[in-house]
Design a protein around this ligand. Sequence first.
Ligand SMILES: NC(=O)c1ccc[n+]([C@@H]2O[C@H](COP(=O)([O-])OP(=O)(O)OC[C@H]3O[C@@H](n4cnc5c(N)ncnc54)[C@H](OP(=O)(O)O)[C@@H]3O)[C@@H](O)[C@H]2O)c1
Length: 315
Amino acid sequence: MWVLLGGTGMLGQDLQRVLTTAGREFVALGSADCDIRDLDAVRAAVSVTGSAAGESRSLGSSGVRVVVNCAAWTAVDAAEAHEAEAFAINAVGARNAAVVAREVGARFVHVSTDYVFDGAAQGAYGEDHPQAPRSAYGRTKVAGEWAVRAADPDAYVVRTAWLYGAGGGNFVKTMLRLAGERNTLTVVADQEGQPTWTHDLAELIVRLVDSGAPGGYYHGTSSGATSWHGFAQEIFRLSGLDPARVNPISTEQFPTPAQRPANSVLGHDAFASVGIDPIADWADRLATALPAVSDVLSAASPATAPSTNDSQNQG
Ligand SMILES: NC(=O)c1ccc[n+]([C@@H]2O[C@H](COP(=O)([O-])OP(=O)(O)OC[C@H]3O[C@@H](n4cnc5c(N)ncnc54)[C@H](OP(=O)(O)O)[C@@H]3O)[C@@H](O)[C@H]2O)c1
């Protein structure tokens, strides 16, 4: 039995789909089902799930074999003015989840972010590169990483970045919506990263757990790299729209409350060292993902479409 904390979010929804396809038992919990800021609430949710697991009981002392923490405060800009609230979820909540997973003998997976780094490195960040966050959100996620590793040295901390998927507001959906509203767009061209489909990350997490690889830091992003501008142009090209409608601007021309890493590119040595292939090239994966992500967009009412600010607001 798997327990997905934050199982209602964008990544959580794709984990649900991947686990369903794989025929695995799981329970997906949102904040209304289990507030991870409350240790007793996490204990109660995991223990109820474990009791319901019935014959799975032999897999772990409680029947719960894996706990994945996808729950987070992900509003990067809002965290600048609400760091304590973000800390309560991203650090205290993450610790609570790790503590309970350890107590019941379950493998723990915690999802973290490129924002733990300073964004100033040349080349890809290695898993052991020192954390040096430049934003409130990044500080809370670093605290979460440390708290998780202290509570459960066998935990997997999977850092990801630039996520998009069917189940949440994200850059792909924003670009497709704006393409229908404006003739031309301006998009930041001096930040590099790896657009990553939540479905691919979900599959990677399942492979990691199944491998029984040692705990530690792993980087769950697509291969290759591009800028937000390059990402937007590829979304346009794959959608049959003219990429020349997307014009480059600099970070300086698009000020945001939270500082974005100029370099968000993450290296994949840890996955390679345990014999797990990283996610394939971002552009190839975008071509596969786009029908699923844009289908959801065309089905959405205007009221549920993401706001312009969603484009680079999530971490
Ligand atoms: N999105 C990105 O581009 C990105 C980039 C790098 C890293 N990450 C990391 O990837 C992970 C998943 O992100 P995502 O984009 O899937 O997030 P998301 O769509 O914003 O979902 C967040 C989830 O957290 C839950 N949650 C919020 N507060 C909670 C609380 N107090 N107790 C329990 N659950 C709570 C939400 O539940 P309800 O909806 O039920 O309230 C929701 O299920 C996070 O750790 C995030 O930091 C994301």
